[in-house]
Design a protein around this ligand. Structure first.
Ligand SMILES: *[C@@H]1O[C@H](CO)[C@@H](O)[C@H](O)[C@H]1NC(C)=O
Ligand SMILES: *[C@@H]1O[C@H](CO)[C@@H](O)[C@H](O)[C@H]1NC(C)=O
Ligand SMILES: *[C@@H]1O[C@H](CO)[C@@H](O)[C@H](O)[C@H]1NC(C)=O
Ligand SMILES: *[C@@H]1O[C@H](CO)[C@@H](O)[C@H](O)[C@H]1NC(C)=O
Ligand SMILES: *[C@@H]1O[C@H](CO)[C@@H](O)[C@H](O)[C@H]1NC(C)=O
Ligand SMILES: *[C@@H]1O[C@H](CO)[C@@H](O)[C@H](O)[C@H]1NC(C)=O
Length: 815
């Protein structure tokens, strides 16, 4: 009895319109959608569009929600700013291709889509199975308009958060005002495309959270999401687009990413069994996600008590506040870096990188150049090398840094070099340990890592660090890994050690130039087979050497071990060695005084690092002009360091059965008694400086008036009050007399007979750096007569030029 009137009523209600009960997904210009239960349902029944009222509200909105989720969950709302207070709403598509919502019988639109261009042909509106509401003209794939371009508070698969850079169009999320009001609320979640792309949550205009930059897997480099079987993130960053998006791992999954009205960021998945949304990733999950909680340079770490800490070499700006757990003042350096003093970088690992309010990005830049770029500008306070953006350098204070216990990225913070030397471990070092080492060392590591990654793909590649560190207590020290190149790689790179590729013959074997398949140029030192060193010792030695990294040291990239063959792979230096330049009349002219002075200072810095700042305290033992290589900008780099024996800081003395060194550079106590110390290196350095100033070799120096070598000659001129006569005549004149005199005097101090009279490298640098230092009067140099010494010019390695095979080697600590 009741059935008939009902059907009649239904038919009457939609007399002219489409028969919606059949779940259509498309609306044509002749059709309307009214607020009486009519909806559009996407073809796979995943989404539904229609009029709805939010929780606890009588207002009517047009929205899209999940068809299969019984709990009403709108992903998009059209008229979020303009609710309809009754059920008179009508949705239609205009002939020009605009979606229009009006109250019936009224012409004022409640809402309309601003379709890009009026369409010539008939347009339709369709709800796609992705949840995207689109306006199509004909069958064209170019939508005139789509709801995915206008996100509200929710992302579903296929939606984007970010920028169409070409069209300067942004997709961003805004929270609802409240559970019952979809109007834009306080929170916006937007991708900041400048510098390192990162997503920033603002409450009004205040930043309350930032994701940290995308690291290729996730934002902020945080810990990996455990067994994410729900969705896979997508990040696109090219010239046209930078955006975040995601897809569900399989079709049965329903998930959404939402910023809720209290600014909570959740990725949720629908659990049909429990009938509720479960949050699988909650951003802003812990205290450390609070923006800049620990102030500038403060490291936030939820695993520590208190959670804010200053990095090594830093102290709280306001110690009292800090004690009261108010950290906003942040940290300041114990020693502010001063551009006129040596600078370096401290590596801090496992971080969400600092905020990029003032930064520079250079995507093409290598790590070395990145560091150099930062060093060049006094206001650069740190840099990072990321896969996505390349080189990023920060100016001004570094804000909002947090530490993760796993994952995270590496940041290099600028420090005074003096701070870097004195490493003090934090008492409660966690997995993400702060390692205080020279930034250059760290840089080297990255390049090794890159190379290693490439090499590891090849056959037979192993990690040297693994092999030698096995069983050793590593105590959270940085675990150095040196790439092991296989012989085939090196052979190919050096054209099978072709004679054309040979660029020198050093004390330890020939050196070849080569080019890796990646285009990188290398120098390969093929060690003499007679070295007599065991494999284990060799590896240990190489790892020790590899730890020495400084801008004035040639960088070791890796090594190659094949049966008896041992090779060291270094970066290639295009400008050959110093002897090639200074001892040549024509080429010497290209080296003006300023350049020579820079070279002297550079060598001194490198040597200081070896003697004092490196944790190993290396005595070079074979410092000479041919061991100073020059890079493209004629910066000096010491090579062959550490090939003599290396010294651990706590080993008081070492015995060796070899004397290594070169006549003309060897100090008397070393050449005669086999006693070497940092002061024997200082002697060689003094010789080198005199050679650089004069353009003459110490050994083989000839003067018509006397039998003295260069040292003796310089000493004689000094005593006669004519030291400027020493200066290389091929140099452009005039030279700054005072500076030259200072160098000569310093060099003469370095080559004094008695080691204890010679200055240490720190004093040498002081003499070089300060304008008016008071220098002592030099005493008589050692070995000032050429005839005193033997007459070969080669390094002696593995054989003893003296009678005894037992040479006692003693270290005299220079400080
Ligand atoms: C719209 O107008 C028609 C006739 O002009 C009227 O029958 C109908 O009730 C009106 N609807 C509303 C919601 O006012
Ligand atoms: C459509 O464009 C006009 C003018 O550009 C703007 O005022 C209006 O807010 C836009 N409407 C929507 C729904 O975006
Ligand atoms: C940028 O990435 C998008 C998505 O992967 C791709 O469609 C587009 O062609 C890319 N553009 C450029 C210039 O690489
Ligand atoms: C926002 O999300 C958080 C976490 O899911 C929840 O605890 C909170 O109640 C939500 N706020 C509102 C207003 O829904
Ligand atoms: C930096 O060091 C130089 C020389 O060591 C000194 O003259 C100068 O005052 C220092 N500058 C600052 C800002 O400390
Ligand atoms: C250092 O960088 C800042 C910020 O980009 C810039 O304003 C300044 O001019 C730079 N200084 C030098 C010496 O290049």
């Amino acid at each position: 009895m009741m059935v008939f009137p009902l059907i009649v009523l239904c038919i009457l209600a939609i007399p002219l319109s489409v028969f919606f009960t059949n779940a259509l997904d498309t609306l044509s210009p002749s059709q309307t959608l009214t607020d009486n239960g009519q909806t559009l349902v996407s073809v796979g029944e995943h989404f539904e569009l229609g009029f709805f009222s939010p929780w606890n509200s009588g207002n009517r909105y047009v929205g899209i929600w999940f068809k299969q989720v019984p709990l009403q969950t709108p992903i998009w709302v059209a008229n979020r700013n303009n609710p309809i207070t009754d059920s008179s709403g009508v949705l239609e598509i205009t002939p020009t291709g605009n979606i229009l919502i009006t109250k019936s019988n009224q012409t004022n639109p409640i809402w309309y889509s601003n379709s890009s261009s009026p369409s010539a042909t008939t347009s339709t509106v369709q709800l796609l199975d992705t949840g995207n509401l689109v306006v199509k003209s004909g069958n064209s794939w170019n939508y005139l308009w789509q709801s995915f371009d206008d996100p509200c508070d929710t992302l579903v698969p296929g939606m984007k958060l970010g920028w169409n850079l070409e069209a300067k169009k942004e997709w961003y999320m805004t929270s609802w005002k409240s559970l019952g009001d979809p109007a834009p609320g306080d929170y916006t979640y937007r991708l900041d495309p400048r510098g390192l792309p990162q997503v920033v949550l603002r409450q009004g205009s205040t930043v309350v959270y930032r994701s940290g930059p995308w690291d290729g897997v996730r934002f902020g480099g945080g810990p990996p999401l455990k067994e994410n079987t729900v969705f896979s993130p997508i990040f696109v960053f090219n010239e046209s687009y930078v955006y975040y998006s995601f897809q569900n791992i399989d079709d049965g999954i329903i998930s959404r990413f939402v910023v809720n009205q209290s600014g909570q960021l959740d990725h949720m998945t629908w659990n049909p069994r429990l009938g509720e949304w479960n949050s699988i990733v909650a951003l802003r999950g812990d205290t450390c996600d609070g923006y800049n909680l620990c102030g500038s340079y403060g490291l936030c770490n939820t695993n520590k008590q208190p959670i804010c800490n200053c990095p090594d070499g830093f102290e709280p700006r306001q110690p009292l506040d800090w004690k009261r757990l108010t950290w906003t003042g942040g940290c300041v350096r114990t020693t502010e870096p001063n551009c006129s003093t040596p600078q370096g970088f401290m590596k801090v690992s496992g971080l969400k990188l600092p905020d990029t309010s003032n930064f520079l990005v250079n995507s093409g830049m290598s790590k070395v150049d990145c560091e150099a770029a930062c060093l060049r500008n006094c206001s650069c306070m740190g840099y990072a090398k990321t896969d996505i953006s390349g080189c990023v350098v920060w100016f001004g204070e570094l804000l909002d840094i947090r530490m993760y216990n796993e994952g995270g990225q590496d940041l290099y913070i600028r420090m005074a070099a003096s701070e870097l030397g004195s490493k003090k471990k934090k008492p409660t070092a966690v997995i993400a340990s702060v390692s205080v080492i020279s930034g250059i060392l760290v840089l080297g590591l990255i390049s090794w890592f890159v190379i290693r990654k490439r090499i590891v793909q090849g056959r037979g590649a192993q990690r040297l660090g693994d092999a030698t560190n096995q069983g050793q207590q590593n105590n959270g020290e940085e675990n150095l890994e040196l790439p092991l190149f296989d012989l085939a790689t090196i052979s190919t790179a050096t054209n099978n050690f072709s004679i054309d590729n040979k660029i020198g013959e050093g004390g330890f074997g020939p050196v070849y130039r080569g080019q890796l398949s990646t285009g990188r140029e290398i120098a390969v030192k093929r060690l003499s087979k007679t070295s007599g060193q065991g494999l284990k010792e060799f590896k240990n030695e190489v790892i020790l050497i590899s730890k020495l990294q400084h801008r004035n040291l040639v960088r070791l990239l890796g090594c190659c071990i094949h049966e008896e063959e041992r090779m060291l792979v270094y970066e290639y230096m295009p400008n050959k060695s110093l002897d090639f330049l200074i001892f040549n009349q024509t080429r010497g002219t290209s080296l003006n005084w300023d350049k020579r002075f820079d070279i002297i200072v550079g060598i001194a810095r490198g040597l200081l690092y070896l003697h004092r700042d490196s944790r190993l305290r290396i005595i070079h033992r074979d410092l000479k002009a041919s061991n100073i290589l020059l890079d493209g900008e004629l910066n000096p780099k010491i090579s062959d360091f550490g090939l003599a024996r290396t010294f651990g800081g706590d080993q008081p003395e070492e015995n060796t059965n070899r004397v290594i060194g070169t006549y003309g550079y060897m100090s008397p106590e070393y050449a005669i008694d086999g006693l070497f110390s940092v002061k024997s290196d200082v002697f060689s350095f003094g010789v080198l400086v005199l050679e650089i100033v004069s353009g003459k070799k110490n050994r083989g120096f000839y003067h018509p008036d006397h039998d003295l070598n260069l040292l003796g000659h310089a000493w004689k001129l000094w005593n006669e009050g004519k030291p400027m006569k020493l200066v290389d005549a091929s140099m452009e004149t005039p030279v700054p007399t005072l500076e030259v005199l200072r160098c000569i005097q310093m060099a003469l101090l370095c080559v004094q007979q008695r080691p204890e009279d010679r200055p240490g490298m720190p004093s040498v640098l002081l003499m070089l750096d300060s304008e008016n230092p008071t220098l002592l009067q030099p005493k008589q140099p050692g070995f000032y007569s050429e005839r005193f010494m033997g007459d070969t010019d080669s390094s002696s390695t593995g054989r003893n030029p003296f009678t005894s095979n037992e040479v006692t080697i003693t270290t005299l600590h220079g400080r």
